[in-house]
Structure formats: structure tokens, C-alpha cells
Ligand binder design. Sequence first.
Ligand code: B12
Ligand code: SF4
Ligand code: SF4
Length: 305
Amino acid sequence: MSIENYIKNKILESGFDLVGITDIYIPEYIKSAFLNWINKGFYADMDYMKNNLEKRLNLKKVWENVRSVIVVGKNYYKSVQYKDYKISIYALSKDYHKVMKKKLLKIFKELSKELNFNFKIYVDTGPILEKVFAQKAGLGWQGKNSILINPKLGSYIFLSVILVDIELKPDKPFMYDFCGKCNNCILACPTNAILNNRTVDANKCISYWTIEYKGDEIKIEYNDWVFGCDVCQVVCPWNNKAIETDWKEFKVLDVLNYSLVELLNLTEDEYNKLFQGMPIKRANYKRFKRNIMHIMGKVPSSCKH
Ligand code: B12
Ligand code: SF4
Ligand code: SF4
């Protein structure tokens, strides 16, 4: 068996759904699309996106020894019943950053000893254009909503990129664009955040305001979403056949049994306990309440007006 297949088998045997290998280079048209996004300010106040420009556009600046890139994907889809509010499904289970990293560390510690190489693992944690490398490694295409879609699994997949210092034979990039004439995501986005060049204006994206924005007052209007937003994936026909995730860590935890008012009335201790180990803890208590009050039409008391 080739070394590439050996590595891929180990990853798939550990329960990951997708794996591919690619080289370290980023096509020029992707670089200009990225710089255009930065120059137009579409990153809102996520300064980490503009601060590491050189690294994000050149993997050698991330790690000078890197020679190949392995990209891994895991299906996290689950069907959910919402009551009077919504939380994006990725956030309803254990934090994928930790879950994926832990599993990959175990695999790569063993593989690197056996095959004598060094590695670095990223799960949304470094200056890496993960979707771009995923497309190059053959995992799928970037839909008009900018999210990576796999033709069998849809788009509810988490990505992870592993840099290695050995030369591996790259897979073929994913060459098709199966969006065709569909525009569902662009039309359905409640805040018109999706631009017509496969990028998103974070200044208008509910996901940005509810997860990333650190200020007191949310400055766009929308309904329902307490944390994250799934609208542009829910309407995507490629998710019609999405199958339930087979990882227990990504099953729904019992958060949705609470009503919106009950969530608002949680004490900080209760909030910490309920969302222990989940992505929602990224928002912190104050911002979580801000998000709830925003969709209830109330002005948070901490807002200085
Ligand atoms: C910043 C960020 C955000 C921001 C900005 C979103 C965005 N689309 O850029 C915000 C906070 C809004 C966000 C929201 C979400 N995010 Co986010 N986010 C990221 C992060 C950290 C960087 C993404 C990035 O590089 N943006 C910069 C822009 C310019 O890149 P881009 O949109 O991909 O644009 C490229 C393409 O347009 C390409 N391109 C241009 N023309 C063409 C033509 C062709 C043919 C091709 C192939 C490509 C191409 O070039 C551009 C430059 O690279 C990644 C993790 C990572 N390190 O990569 C996760 C990541 C993209 N997020 C993820 C998720 C799950 C989400 C949410 C679904 C969460 C939620 N439910 O609320 C939403 C989805 C919103 C959306 N429609 O994108 C996953 C997506 C997994 C997947 N299957 O793709 C990632 C990969 C994290 C992970 N490791 O799993 N996110
Ligand atoms: S996550 Fe929601 S707000 Fe953001 S682009 Fe998708 S549909 Fe629009
Ligand atoms: S909704 Fe349609 S246009 Fe948008 S990503 Fe899915 S297939 Fe592509």
C-alpha cells in the first residue's frame, strides 16, 4: 500500500468521513479574491483575518518545513426541533475544535513515529484557508454561500488541515461546481450577506454578529438566531440528503429544552454548566444574553445610549 493510502486509511478507520492530500500552493485567483475581501472590509472587526495576511497566503510562512497538506472532513449533521429560537446545529454539541484536534493528535502522534515525519494540526485555529485546501484536496466545491460542499455529505462538515514535512502525492482537486443555476442561499439569507462572488460580507452575517462580535449592541436586524446561523445551508439542495452524524460528541445536547426566557434567566453559573465544553461558551455569558435580548427586541442594560 502507498504511504498516502496508509495515512488516509488510518484517518478513515478512526471515524473521519473525508480525507484528501494536496500541495502547499494557493492559486493566484484565490489570493486576489481573498485580498479583495480584506480590502473591502468584509472581515468586519475580525482583525485576525487581516493581521496574518502573509501567512494566510503562503503556508511556508506558517511553517517553513511544510511540504504537503492533508485535509480531513467530518459530518456533523443532526436534525433538530426548534421552539421559539434557533441555535446553529454546529453549536448544539461538543466543541468541534477540541473533539477533532484530540482525535487527530492521537492518529498523527502514532503515524509520525511510524513514518518519521513532523506535523501541525489546525481546526479553525490558524491562518489557513481551510476551504481552499479542502477543494484542492478533492473534498468538494465552495458553494455560492462560500461553504465547502461534498457531493455525498452536503455542507454540514467540519474541516481540519494537517501540515506535514514529507512530500506526499497530491489528490486531484475537486473540479466541478454543482451549484449550477441555483441561488437559494443568496435569496434566503435573511440579511443579504452573501455576495455574488462566493464570499460573505461578515458585516451583515448573523453568524458573525452572534459569535464573533464583541461589542454591546448588535447593529443588524434579524429573527430567531441566538448563536450562529444555518439558513444558507438549510436551503441548499445538497443538504437534502444529509445523514445524521455517527459521532456521539456531535449529537444534540439538551440545550433546546429551554425556552428563550429560561435561557435569558440563566445565572452565570447555570450558563457555564449548561454550555460546558460547547461552542456557545465562546460567546461568554454577557454576549449570550446580548444575543437573546436582541431577538427579543430589548436593549441590553450594558448598552450605553
Ligand atoms: C472567518 C470565518 C467565518 C466568518 C466569515 C465567513 C466567510 N465565509 O468568510 C463568519 C463568522 C461569518 C463565519 C460564519 C460561518 N462559519 Co466560519 N470560518 C471562518 C474561517 C476562520 C475563515 C474563512 C475565510 O477564510 N474567509 C475569508 C473569505 C475571503 O474566504 P471564502 O469565503 O472562503 O472566499 C474564498 C472563495 O470565495 C474562493 N474563491 C473565489 N472564487 C472562487 C471560484 C472557485 C471556482 C473556487 C473553488 C473558489 C473561489 O476565494 C476566496 C478567498 O479564499 C474558517 C476557518 C478557516 N481557517 O478557514 C471558518 C469556516 C469557514 N467556518 C465554518 C462554519 C461551519 C461556519 C458557519 C456555518 C457557522 C454557523 N452555522 O454559524 C457560518 C457560515 C457562514 C457562511 N456562509 O460562510 C467552517 C465551514 C466548513 C465547510 N464545510 O466549509 C470553517 C471551515 C471552520 C471549520 N474548520 O470547519 N465564519
Ligand atoms: S450564515 Fe446566515 S446570515 Fe450568514 S450568510 Fe448564511 S444565511 Fe446569511
Ligand atoms: S443553495 Fe444553491 S447556490 Fe447556494 S450553495 Fe447550495 S447549491 Fe450552491
